[in-house]
Design a protein around this ligand. Structure first.
Ligand code: NDP
Length: 599
């Protein structure tokens, strides 16, 4: 084993003691209500997800015949649109609930918001629009502006119906069209439908009594209330100078906004249930000379290099060379069995133990109060939870006005009219920020809030009642002319746009082909779905081990049932891209798709 490559390899660890500690920490957090513990932002909590960023715009209902309806104007919808445009398909429109493009980058505006995947890989279509991000890790604001840039570049604003929520989607057999209805009484009749929704778009709140009773101010991070806090995404939260603030949650979102809350609130209480692992961020401005020297095709090459690094595909060069590639290269892929006759699995585990131990030592180096430092230490394998990256988060706990309230795995227990309660102790606050993340659903109804009805009124929920069935996570039998991005059984990647693009390119190619050949209906066969299920089994991640050993999170449905990670194709997005390409190039459509033609 390359000792240097392991980063923390000089560190001695006691594997048996760590295994025991990890199990104890996990067991503290397991609870019978699992993923059902949370409250969704519905009913008297619905205000937590209102669009507070834009004024409602009035318009009359529309009745539209169109080639393609795209539901969703986030990265998926933008990529699908640009891919259609590039292939000469112009007859499409986009329906979007928000008031602009951007999806998650429209809704999330909290201070410190940034993407911790390198911007040169993360922001889509940089070469196409001639833009280079200003920093290695772009701020949320810059990413949102890039979404707007894509909207303008591809002339999408005239095709967008904003502030419009889809309420029903049904296939009409006679006209061979999708009938899409909205909350504005619109009716769209579309030959093809692309459901381009995201995965984490439903804010969730802790399942504790009293949230509605709180008389102070409160909001979820996904609708940051700058009218109350003052300032903006870069900080300056002057409205909090005389306020006692609670933030609940210490996931990737909280890690980014806590330094700003700490800098401005009179008093900040950070309520922690499980600590995150905090890796080095090392953000820096873009080197303009480097940017000017990039050859044609550089972005795809860089994205593929990054995705390969984090999928265990050997690369001569680590182009991105950051915290992500460091974690994966040291912990997961390049730890060859060593001389002590450990199995490869044991070696990986040892590498993970050492990496996490190095992580915990970093906390001791940064956080001055030993008790706080101890409480901030994560005790689980690196990928049980999403790794976080920050050079400011841990430092915030050295401030006099910031207190970590460690709930020892139990979470907050109650909200009263003026306080957050943990284990009988009430912390009085003026404001509560919920950084408690997002729910996800398997069915469309769960995820998007509307059901999809295919042939003979069959809903997709019914079709999937005995188990998910798709081809490539894109097509579903009984649902003709219907395409999904970022749906179940598709690819998952650290750099999500890479996986999205793998899907939108294929979808756009198919639709362009259908348009050229006057295809009326396009439907995947049930046999092709069965074959994809076999492939998925082949590539499934080690579920049993993951569930047995990992601390609860949305990745594993809080350690109980089907979790987020169960939904995806686990061959990696580079492999997925090849599989789908080969399918397309080697007669997949002729073999697996039933088509009918317009007269
Ligand atoms: P998470 O689901 O990751 O975190 C929610 C937090 O709330 C956890 O710390 C959780 O604790 C805590 N929590 C839940 N219930 C309670 C309770 N009753 N009492 C106390 N604490 C509680 O949500 P995030 O919004 O942080 O992140 C969601 C996802 O968004 C990330 O995984 C990532 O995919 C994405 N993201 C990406 C970023 C990027 O840079 N690309 C930045 C930010 C987010 P526990 O851990 O114990 O469950």
């Amino acid at each position: 084993m390359d000792r240097e490559a392991l980063g923390g390899s000089e560190i001695e660890v006691d594997p048996d003691a760590l295994r025991q500690k990890y199990r104890e920490e996990r067991d503290k957090r397991l609870r019978p209500d699992g993923a059902t513990q949370y409250l969704s932002a519905e009913g008297d909590l619905a205000h937590f997800k209102e669009d507070i960023y834009a004024k409602p715009v009035a318009r009359d209902p529309v009745s539209v015949d169109v080639g393609v309806v795209i539901i969703g104007g986030g990265f998926s919808g933008l990529l699908a649109s640009s891919d259609l445009e590039k292939r000469g398909v112009e007859d499409f429109c986009i329906i979007e609930e928000a008031s602009d493009f951007g999806g998650t980058w429209y809704w999330n505006r909290y201070p410190g918001l940034a993407c911790d995947v390198e911007s040169y890989c993360y922001l889509p279509l940089l070469e196409e629009v001639g833009y280079i991000p200003t920093r290695k890790y772009a701020s949320g604001q810059e990413i949102f502006e890039h979404c707007q840039r894509l909207g303008k570049h591809y002339d999408l604003y005239r095709r967008a119906y904003f502030q419009t929520t889809v309420t029903s989607v049904a296939w009409d057999e006679d006209s061979a069209r999708w009938i899409v209805k909205t909350n504005r009484d619109d009716v769209f009749r579309a030959r093809f439908l692309i459901r381009a929704g995201g995965g984490l778009n439903k804010p969730k709140l802790p399942g504790v009594p009293g949230i509605s009773r709180f008389k102070g101010h409160s909001f979820h991070t996904v609708r940051w209330d700058y009218e109350y806090t003052g300032g903006g995404p870069t900080g300056e939260l002057v409205g909090l100078k005389d306020k006692k603030v609670a933030i609940i949650g210490t996931g990737a979102t909280a890690i980014q906004c806590i330094p700003h809350l700490g800098a401005w609130a009179k008093q900040l209480y950070v309520f922690q249930r499980t600590p995150s692992s905090i890796n080095v961020r090392a953000n820096r401005p873009t080197d303009r000379e480097w940017a000017g020297s990039l050859p044609h095709g550089w972005q795809k090459q860089r994205m593929t290099n990054f995705e390969s690094m984090v999928s265990g595909i050997y690369q001569e060069e680590d182009m991105v060379a950051d915290g992500w590639t460091d974690i994966f290269s040291t912990v997961f892929h390049f730890a060859a069995p060593d001389k002590n006759k450990l199995t490869p699995g044991d070696v990986l585990q040892m590498a993970d133990f050492k990496k996490m131990e190095a992580n915990r030592r970093r906390i001791d180096e940064i956080v001055k109060d030993p008790e706080t430092a101890e409480a901030l230490k994560p005790w689980y394998n690196m990928m049980c939870k999403r790794p976080c990256f920050s050079d400011e988060y841990l430092q915030t706990f050295n401030r006099e006005n910031v207190k970590l309230v460690d709930t020892k795995g139990k979470g907050v227990s109650e909200i009263t009219e003026n306080a957050v309660v943990v284990d009988g102790q009430a912390y009085q606050v003026d404001c509560i920020v919920y950084a408690t993340g997002f729910g996800f659903g398997v069915s469309s109804e769960d995820q998007m809030g509307y059901e999809i009805y295919g042939r003979n009124g069959l809903s997709i929920t019914e079709y999937w009642a005995q188990g998910l069935k798709t081809l490539h996570g894109i097509h579903t039998n009984q649902f003709p002319n219907y395409f999904v991005t970022f749906g179940p059984q598709g690819p998952l990647s650290i750099n999500i746009p890479f996986a999205l693009q793998a899907q939108t390119e294929v979808i756009a190619e198919i639709i362009a082909d259908c348009a050229r050949n006057r295809v009326r209906t396009f439907e995947v066969t049930a046999e092709a779905e069965v074959r994809w299920q076999e492939k998925l089994k082949d590539k499934a991640f080690s579920r049993a081990k993951f569930y047995e050993e990992c601390t609860p999170s949305y990745y594993n449905a809080e350690g109980t049932s089907i979790g987020f990670l169960d939904l995806f194709y686990f061959g990696g997005p580079v492999d997925y891209t090849q599989v789908v390409r080969e399918w397309l190039n080697n007669g997949g459509i002729e073999r697996d798709i039933e088509r009918t033609y317009l007269e």
